[in-house]
Design a protein around this ligand. Sequence first.
Ligand code: GZL
Length: 332
Amino acid sequence: MARHSIARTGLAALSAAALLTLTACSSEPPAAEGGEAAGGGDELISVGFSQVGAESGWRAANTKSIQDTITEENGFELSFSDAQQKQENQISALRNYIAQGVDVLAFSPVVETGWDAVLEEAKAANIPVVLTDRAVETEVEDAYVSFIGSDFVKEGEMAGEWAAEEYDGEGYKVVELQGTTGSAPAIDRKEGFASAIEGTDLEIIDSQTGDFTRDGGKKVMEGFLTAHDDIDVVFAHNDDMGLGAIEAIEAAGKTPGEDIKIITIDAVKDGMQALADGKINYIVECNPLLGPDLAEVIKATVAGEPVEERIVVKDEAFDQEAAVAALPDRQY
Ligand code: GZL
């Protein structure tokens, strides 16, 4: 049973120097009226959260984790918005939350760049920002107090390492279904996979974005099957595009998992079921349950305590045998 795990980077694992740096660069929370940090006493901590969209099973599980944890019962007042995978919708939602004067902003940035202006506005309004799931490239100093999410390069490497182990020497041709163009997971998973298969005879013959959706994966795979008659492996950046590829492969009269092997990332229930059914060959997990870590970081931030600058959540990986065993207990 193949299961790999990525250890969580915790305070204990940080060197003293790194911890000092973190404390220094973690922006002090805004002092509310009278010098009290926001959220003191029994008042609710108001949180403005901008979510990417509802594009995949992973996103649905991530949204549920946020909404189940950032609750009144746990001391929060959550304002939540779905940006339908459009950066302009995320920016306007964040600006609305700033205008409302929320205590903390949190968001999963749909793409890596284009956030400097709104991050500057949050800083000028003295509202701390927490990133969940995806990272940003920004010139803004101390733009956010913490990033909570997976190591996407590692996920791509784990997928590539398994493919290299299983298929090197077969002369296999690979097609790649990329996630949303410009997003951290798409950039990093592509990099990790390519580096892991370097030096093997696996060759990526085509690579296009399916935008992390099932329909996107199906349409791009249909195009690949028309353009290439020698596809041996599909590497999909998420389960949903892999499930779309299965539909296209079956419609073309081929057997997914056998005629064309499939490797994906996420390990959501539908993906794990396809893996257990033999239609997918390997899945690297990307844990969507970020709500508890987000709640902890928000509370520490408004209490003026230092927080880890980067919290990498634990991911595992599954082959077909491991999926059969794991399915009954899967939370998402
Ligand atoms: C990864 C996340 C990705 C998932 C996709 O953390 O950003 O976006 O892998 C989702 O399923 O659409």
